[in-house]
Design a protein around this ligand. Structure first.
Ligand SMILES: [Zn+2]
Length: 708
């Protein structure tokens, strides 16, 4: 998973104590380094590290990882686990392949047929992903197009067109008097997480869902399709999970419990709270076009017309669709690979760095680029170990399985290690490491300065630093419309963490401060058979230098966090972000006619939090802080944002500042309890959630003040 998106400091970093020091060598001459008493010694280790990651080796590992389709739980997936484990061991890591037994589906039969009113067959699919110039789709081990978590069923119904199948699209259908009840809703991919499309359709009584890739969104309207260019060919299908991820991630049968191999079946739930109850099937536009073209009824409203060369209509009428989905649900083994380097001084404090390994098909970009970058970061860390270096804190490198089925491998591991993770100081994720040359990042506000500083120390393949290229290539926040934290003036934008990758259980369930990085470009073969090595080499990174770049950034995040004398968190940025989220929530309360909702206590609590964060900064500047006490206080602050009761209606999600939106899925909803209650026009719930937030801010303030 992971179609994604991406602040700043300088001012505050200079005010921190064990802090800003000049780096000795270009290109890092001016790179600030927060949190070290002896920045020169740290720089020396970092330089040794940065010299190791090698582009050609990363390319070779990518080729090995993408040799065969490796869907979670298959023998080919296990082979990639063994390959990664060998590489971890070769680097000197204590390595284990950790199995979990989880409920996932493989397709036995998937069929879509469309008939005109006179019985004439309009289409029958899915059409195989065959391209003469790239035989990737012809391998018999390529899974037929299907949705993870789809229900099984055999349904025949009239079709209707639902655009992106967002909440506003279903509202528009209602305005047009088109009722989804009992219909098969044809949705196009994009704008939200596919599970949300199915959820909204199910809520409205739809009989089934087809989700297709419109050429306007990632096909020929964008540019040349593969194998000429990077965009989606007519028969390319986006597979993907339609799990109700916003309820909880991971094994559907064990929310909050690890699905270890010895967990008895009696401890697994039979009611799957995060699974759809209707059939959903993904389609190429080659297969969707005859259905769309035959639809009659109202013409497509403004913004609903896609890139196919005929006028779209909403239906119903003109076409009846027959869906057959026979999904083989079994409890299957999956395999995380965990490599550990024990910390020399604070072994209980973990730095966790991970990337998922399983793919819908070959997965060159998603996720093998992530695992290839991870492996080079691991190899470079191994070189340091060979030269006698030991990290202060414990480092865990993780290659997750079954991410595509709903963040399953990472979620089960987090659920198994909840106690240990109370002391984890960071989780660094990479999923889609490389689809092009534009660096992007998302992070909790406390780690945004840290990410910027790390990228100031890593060279870009284009010359200068990653940070400098990032500034050139990326729009400033004004050009984004996400509710992201405010960036300091002139700084690169770092996005909020929503969902769609493995940081979700770490941050939103366990409260571990997290980041997510990648390097992006035009990418139209997402979750199809054509996300393969040939596509990657032609379109994403012909010389694998961006794999090398991500290996360096990911590795440096890990090393620096593992060795810092004082955790380089920045809570002033967090308080400013929360301030802006409160402003946005107050404005939306006005729009929702909830003007009487009292924001004053939360704002006052946040002002106290900001003042405490500033005090901690000046404590550090004055050099009067006790490092151990400071570190404990800094770590406890993020944990203060967890509420053991969880969010309304979804108790697995415990973080009161960030969650995947119920109606957006991938994109973050900020202050989720408050924001979603306002969206639902539920004044009493919004008031209760504001109180919970105020209490969390007071806990965070107390945690910071304990540093004194
Ligand atoms: Zn992925």
């Amino acid at each position: 998973m992971n179609p994604r998106k991406p602040l700043a400091l300088g001012v505050i970093s200079a005010s921190l104590l064990f802090v800003a020091a000049s780096r000795p060598q270009a290109p890092k001459s001016a790179a600030p380094l927060t949190g070290f008493r002896d920045p020169a010694a740290e720089s020396k280790i970092e330089d040794q590290f940065l010299a190791v990651p090698n582009a050609a080796r990363a390319g070779q590992d990518l080729k090995t990882l993408t040799a065969e389709p490796h869907l979670a739980g298959t023998p080919e997936d296990y082979q990639t686990a063994q390959f990664v484990a060998r590489k971890f061991r070769a680097a000197g890591l204590e390595t284990t392949i950790v199995p979990y037994r989880v409920l996932i589906n493989y397709p036995k039969k998937v069929q879509v047929t469309a008939l005109a009113p006179d019985g004439r067959q309009l289409m029958s699919g899915p059409t195989p992903e065959h391209l003469a110039r790239d035989p990737a789709g012809d391998n018999p081990r390529v899974a037929m197009p299907f949705n993870g978590s789809s229900a099984s069923g055999d349904v025949t119904a009239q079709a209707i067109y639902g655009n992106y199948c967002r909440l506003e699209d279903f509202n528009q259908l209602a305005a047009e008097h088109v009722d989804p009840h009992g219909k098969i809703v044809l949705c196009r991919y994009g704008q939200n997480f596919r599970g949300i499309k199915v959820y909204l359709a199910e809520q409205r009584g739809a009989a089934g869902v087809l989700i297709y890739s419109d050429p306007q969104d990632d096909g020929y309207v964008k540019g040349d399709p593969w194998p000429i260019g990077p965009w989606r060919p007519d028969i390319g299908v986006q597979r993907g999970s339609v799990q109700y991820l916003f309820k909880y991630s991971g094994d559907p049968e064990t929310p909050g419990v690890a699905s270890t191999v010895d967990l008895p079946d009696s401890a697994r739930q039979s009611a799957y709270g995060n699974q759809p109850h209707i059939v959903s099937i993904p389609l190429s536009y080659h297969d969707a076009a005859p259905i769309l073209q035959a639809l009659i009824g109202p013409g497509a409203p403004q913004g609903w017309q896609g890139g196919l060369p005929f006028r779209y209509h909403l239906g119903p009428g003109g076409v009846t669709v027959h869906l057959v989905s026979d999904q083989d649900y079994q409890r299957r083994l999956i395999w995380d690979v965990i490599g550990t380097i024990p910390g020399s001084q604070s072994p209980n404090e973990w730095v966790v760095t991970g990337s998922h390994r399983d793919a819908w098909v070959y997965g060159a970009v998603d996720p093998s680029s992530g695992n290839a970058a991870l492996l080079e970061a691991v190899r470079a860390t191994g070189e340091l170990l060979r030269h006698g270096w030991r990290p202060r804190r414990t480092i865990l490198f993780c290659s997750w399985d079954a991410e595509e089925q709903g963040l399953v491998g990472s979620t089960e591991w987090v659920e198994q290690h909840m106690q240990d993770l109370q002391h984890a100081v960071a989780y660094f994720n990479v999923d889609v490491a490389v689809s092009g040359s534009d660096f992007t990042a998302s992070a909790v506000p406390s780690l945004q300065r840290f990410v910027r500083q790390v990228t100031q120390a890593v060279p870009s393949p284009l010359g200068g630093t990653v940070y400098e290229e990032w500034k050139v290539s990326h729009p400033t926040q004004d050009e984004h419309h996400s509710p992201a934290a405010p960036d300091p003036p002139g700084e690169v934008h770092i996005g909020d963490l929503g969902s769609g990758s493995d940081y979700t259980p770490f941050l939103q369930h366990a409260g571990v401060p997290s980041t997510d990085i990648g390097s992006e470009g035009p990418y139209g073969v997402y979750h199809s058979a054509f996300d393969d090595f040939a596509w990657f080499k032609q379109n994403a990174d012909p010389n694998f230098v961006y794999l090398q770049e991500i290996a360096r950034v990911l590795g440096l995040e890990t090393l620096r966090m593992a060795d810092a004398d004082v955790l380089p968190y920045d809570y002033v940025a967090y308080a400013r972000a929360i301030g802006s989220y409160l402003d946005a929530a107050k404005a939306s309360a006005g729009v929702a006619h909830l003007r009487s909702l009292g924001f004053a206590p939360a704002r006052e609590a946040n002002a106290r939090f900001l003042a405490a964060a500033q005090q901690v900064n000046s404590l550090q500047s004055a050099g009067s802080g006790n490092a151990d006490r400071l570190n404990a206080a800094l770590r406890a602050t993020e944990a203060a944002f967890l509420d053991s009761a969880g969010l309304p209606g979804r108790p697995w999600y415990k973080h009161l500042i960030y969650a995947p939106g119920v109606y957006t899925g991938y994109a973050a909803v900020v202050l989720p309890g408050v924001t979603e209650a306002i969206q639902a026009h539920n004044g009493p719930l919004a008031a209760q959630q504001l109180t919970a937030l105020t209490q969390a801010l007071d806990r965070a303030t107390q945690a910071l003040l304990s540093a004194r």
